[in-house]
Design a protein around this ligand. Sequence first.
Ligand SMILES: [Fe+2]
Ligand SMILES: [Fe+2]
Length: 135
Amino acid sequence: MALVAWNETYSVKVRQFDDQHRKLIDLVNKLHDAMKNGKGSQILSDVLASLAAYAQAHFSDEERLMRIHGYPGFLPHKKAHDQLVAQVRYFQRQAETDGNTITLGVMIFLKDWLVQHIQGEDVKYGPFMNGKGIA
Ligand SMILES: [Fe+2]
Ligand SMILES: [Fe+2]
């Protein structure tokens, strides 16, 4: 069973970002599956690296659009992204020293961060972007 499933309450009303959020949720679920099924350390570190890379690309896309349109909540939003990127780098380093194992605590943190960030922060830019003709 998936750790988390995308549903309409996660919609930020911008198609591109809803699609990217679905992909991020897929990657969190893949990581969870790999952990649960005791997959090899190589697979775990590959999935964690994919998640880190995709999250950074997604954050850059959001930040670019916010900057272009002068989104007023840009700075705190970017700060939240930067903190998560630093946190994931820390998890990656820790996983490396622990033989590429991921704990359930790390999984829950990633899932909760993603869901809370989408529902708490990302949804706020929806009406603003819609007002700029982006949907
Ligand atoms: Fe965001
Ligand atoms: Fe996002």
